[in-house]
Design a protein around this ligand. Structure first.
Ligand code: R5P
Length: 334
C-alpha cells in the first residue's frame, strides 16, 4: 500500500487532514496514518459491537479511519477506552463510549452463543461454560513503543499501561499500529526502559528489587515542565522506568541460555512475570503471551497478550504487516 488513504469526511471534533493540511503531515505521521488505515481496513468489521481504542498518538489515526466508516456503522457499536486520553478521543470523535467494567453478561447479548447458553441454564441442562462470562471486545487497536520480531511489545511510554493491558486481554484480537522505528529484532533495542505502573508507597522497595534483578538505574518518571513531581497515571499510580539489557525471545532459550536474569540477560516472559510478582506493581509494560479474549484464563498470565498482527508504516510509503507466528507468522508488504 503505497498511496495515502483517502481523506475521510469530517467528524465532530476530529481534525481531519485535508488538502494542504494532509500534505503537511511529517513523514512519520503520514506513515502512522497509513498503517492505521490499513489496520482498520483489515480488522474492523461492520458487524462488531465492542471495539477497544488504545492510547498515544498513533491511535488518533485509527479513530479517524473508524469515523470515516460513517455513523450508520459506528452508532451501533461501543468504543472502550484505555484511559482518559482515549476516552476524550472517542467522545470528541462522536463515537459511542463504552467502559471495560460494564460489558454485558453473555446471556444478555442477542448472539447465538448467548441465547443458546441462556436456554440451557433456564431449562436445567448443562451450562455451556459461559455462566458469569462477560462479552469480549471484538477487537482492540493500540500503539506500542517497541515491538520485537515475535510481536512482544513494550507499552507505557505515554504512562498508559494497566488499562491498556486490561482492554487487550478482553479482546478477541489485539492489533498494534506503529511506524517503522518501533520494529526491532528484540525489545529494549531502541526503546531503553520498561515502564512499570506502581503504587507510590512501594517505590523505594520496587526500585531496590529492580536493581537486584539487573536494572542498573530504575527511575520514577517525572512530569517535567508539564507537572512538578512524578507523573500520576489515570489510576493514581506512578511510573517506574527500568532499563535492562535487550530481552531474549522464547526461541533464544536453548543450549544453556536460560533468560532467567543470569548475567543480567532476561527473556521477555520470564522478566515480565518476575516484575509482576513484586508487591506494589500494578502492571508491567511488557505485552506477551497468548491471545486474550479467546482463551479461558485471559488475563491470568500477567503478560496480557501480544498482538495477533502489527502494522508498521514504513519510510518508503508501504505498510508492513507482521502476523504472530501462532497465527501463521506471515510477513507481508501489501
Ligand atoms: O502509554 C502509552 C501507550 O502504551 C502508547 O500506546 C505507546 O506509548 C505508543 O504511543 P505512540 O503511538 O504515541 O507512539
Amino acid at each position: 500500500m503505497s498511496s495515502n488513504p483517502p481523506v475521510p469526511p469530517a467528524a465532530a471534533g476530529i481534525a481531519v487532514p485535508t488538502g494542504a493540511a494532509y500534505k503537511s503531515l511529517s513523514p512519520i505521521e503520514a506513515a502512522k496514518r497509513r498503517a492505521a488505515y490499513k489496520a482498520v481496513e483489515d480488522h474492523f468489521d461492520t458487524s462488531y459491537r465492542y471495539i477497544g481504542i488504545g492510547s498515544g498518538s498513533t491511535v488518533v489515526y485509527v479513530v479517524e479511519a473508524i469515523v470515516a466508516k460513517g455513523r450508520d456503522v459506528t452508532s451501533k457499536m461501543a468504543f472502550i477506552p484505555t484511559g482518559d486520553q482515549s476516552k476524550q478521543l472517542i467522545i470528541e470523535a462522536g463515537l459511542p463510549l463504552g467502559s471495560i467494567d460494564s460489558l454485558p453478561p453473555v446471556e444478555d447479548v442477542p448472539s447465538e452463543m448467548g441465547r443458546e447458553n441462556a436456554l440451557h441454564v433456564a431449562t436445567g441442562q448443562q451450562d455451556l461454560g459461559l455462566k458469569g462470562k462477560r462479552e469480549s471486545l471484538d477487537v482492540a487497536f493500540d500503539g506500542a513503543d517497541e515491538i520485537d520480531e515475535d510481536l512482544n511489545c513494550i507499552k507505557g511510554g505515554g504512562a498508559c499501561l494497566f488499562q491498556e493491558k486490561l482492554v487487550a486481554t478482553s479482546a478477541k484480537k489485539f492489533i498494534c499500529v506503529a511506524d517503522s522505528r518501533k520494529l526491532q529484532p528484540r525489545l529494549l533495542t531502541s526503546w531503553k526502559t520498561i515502564p512499570i505502573e506502581i503504587a507510590p508507597l512501594a517505590a523505594p522497595t520496587i526500585k531496590r528489587i529492580l536493581i537486584t534483578l539487573g536494572s542498573p538505574d530504575p527511575r520514577i518518571r517525572q512530569g517535567g515542565s508539564a507537572k512538578a513531581g512524578p507523573v500520576v497515571t489515570d489510576n493514581g499510580m506512578w511510573i517506574m522506568d527500568a532499563p535492562f539489557s535487550p530481552l531474549l525471545i522464547s526461541d533464544d532459550i536453548k543450549d544453556g541460555v536460560k533468560g532467567d536474569g543470569t548475567d543480567g540477560i532476561w527473556e521477555v516472559h520470564q522478566l515480565g512475570r518476575r516484575i509482576k510478582r513484586i508487591v506494589g506493581v500494578l502492571e508491567v509494560g511488557l505485552f506477551y503471551g497468548r491471545n486474550g479474549g479467546q482463551v479461558a484464563n485471559a488475563g491470568e498470565e500477567g503478560g496480557g497478550q501480544k498482538p495477533v498482527a502489527a502494522y508498521f508504516g514504513m519510510e518508503n510509503g508501504e505498510v508492513e504487516v507482521r502476523v504472530a507466528k501462532e497465527f501463521g507468522g506471515i510477513k507481508s508488504r501489501p
